[in-house]
Design a protein around this ligand. Structure first.
Ligand code: ASP
Length: 403
């Protein structure tokens, strides 16, 4: 087994997991723990990895001016690609109108698993009251990022010894965390097998879901496909002057992991490893743009927010004006930035978009049943956009890549 290349092992695990979930539906007990252990191991890595990586990243970038330039490029990437994704979704949902006459149960009661505050609270929460509380909560990544950027920046502002010691220390932590990541990656096939088997077994009757929600799922997934396989590759090709599909192949392990775990945060260690070692993006760019991107840049989520809200409006027979659609676009962008990189975060954020255009919040109930499936696709798209961003920014900094 060990001689088979890792990505084949993962694909085999994926197929076996699906079969297990279908045929041994009542015996997931025996395999579920593998997925859970794998996820726990990934989550264990995230905070020290993100923190050491961002501090090292900022120290590497050096002067305030350079930080501004790289930060500006990263932000430009995050916002422009997410907007493109939203526009793709907007076009598709207006073209196919999946909600018009949709056969759905409008009395369904929404049960949200995750609860998050309003957008204002999310933004306010970026500045932590107690950084150690943020360190102990994987969903408060924005605070950790904020503190890391500040801390890294001021390391470059102290003189001599302390500066060398601190930057050396965080570089050492970062390198060790990358080694830990490589170690955990070896267990990816087992983790993915457990996760997929449990996911498939837990899914209620798939065929009836597909019947009632098929058109909606089709529009979201097709929109994501266009963004992933057409829009982003074109940008990588023509603006980044790099070969998008080689980078796709080089990062297939994080992409598959994003798909199965539905969490950009959990996938981050694998993304960083692949982008650095396989794609050949420098530490300077990767350590800075990837952790930021995993939290802020969510193209898949942005597209999904827009499609889902307009689908809900269509299902209720409400025609959104052009002005309202513009509000949907803008709030979808904000909602995607505010979503944490954890499973189903995007679903919760939809309430923001619904409120902005005055649609009933119960609408969330309509899309609840299929959200878990769609989450897999949108998370992979979120991670793929982070990867493309790192590649394009690295090229813009004059880097030669490996593939
Ligand atoms: N699960 C997604 C992610 O981790 C966020 C979302 O729910 O859209 O990237």
């Amino acid at each position: 087994m060990l001689r088979i290349k890792l990505h084949w092992q993962i694909l085999i695990a994926l197929v076996l997991g699906v079969l297990y979930g279908i045929f041994l539906k009542d015996h997931t007990f025996y395999v579920e723990w593998m997925g859970e252990l794998f996820l726990r191991a990934l989550r264990m890595i995230i905070i020290p990895l993100v923190f050491s990586s961002l501090v090292t990243g900022i120290v590497n970038i050096g002067s305030g001016r350079n930080i501004g330039v790289l930060g500006g490029k990263a932000m430009a990437w995050y916002l422009s690609t997410s907007t493109l994704a939203i526009l793709t979704g907007l076009f598709m949902v207006n073209l196919f109108k999946p909600g018009v006459g949709a056969d759905i149960d409008l009395t369904h009661d929404p049960v949200l698993e995750v609860t998050e505050g309003t957008l204002g609270q999310t933004l306010m929460g970026i500045i932590p009251e107690n950084i150690f509380l943020s360190f102990s909560d994987n969903t408060q990544m924005l605070s950790v990022i904020f503190f890391a950027l500040l801390f890294g920046f001021f390391i470059t502002r102290v003189e001599g010894g302390p500066r060398e010691q601190l930057s050396g220390f965080f570089r050492a932590v970062f390198e060790v965390m990358m080694k830990v990541t490589l170690f955990v990656i070896r267990f990816t096939p087992l983790g993915i097998f457990g996760l997929i088997a449990a996911r498939i077994a837990a899914q209620d009757d798939l065929s009836s879901l597909v019947q009632s929600m098929g058109m909606y799922m089709f529009v979201v997934i097709a929109g994501i496909m266009v963004h992933v396989f057409v829009t982003l590759p074109l940008i990588v090709r023509f603006i980044g002057r790099a070969r998008p599909f080689r980078h796709f192949a080089a990062t297939r392990i994080p992409l598959l992991t994003a798909f199965t775990t539905s969490s950009s945060n959990a996938t981050l260690p694998l993304t960083m490893e692949a982008v650095k070692n396989n794609s050949g993006v420098s530490d300077k760019v990767g350590s800075f743009t990837l952790p930021l991107g995993a939290t802020i840049n969510m193209d898949g989520a942005a597209l999904y927010e827009c499609v889902a809200v307009i689908f809900i409006a269509q299902a209720y027979g409400i025609d959104l004006t052009l002005g309202q659609q513009v509000i949907v676009v803008l709030t979808s962008l904000l909602a995607s930035v505010g979503s944490a990189g954890v499973p189903m975060a995007g679903l919760v954020m939809i309430t923001i978009v619904l409120t902005a255009v005055g649609l009933p919040l119960e609408g969330v109930g309509l899309i609840l049943a299929v959200d878990r499936i769609i989450d897999m696709f949108r998370t992979a798209a979120n991670v793929w956009s982070d990867i493309c961003g790192a590649v394009v920014i690295a090229r813009s900094e004059g880097e030669e890549l490996k593939v």
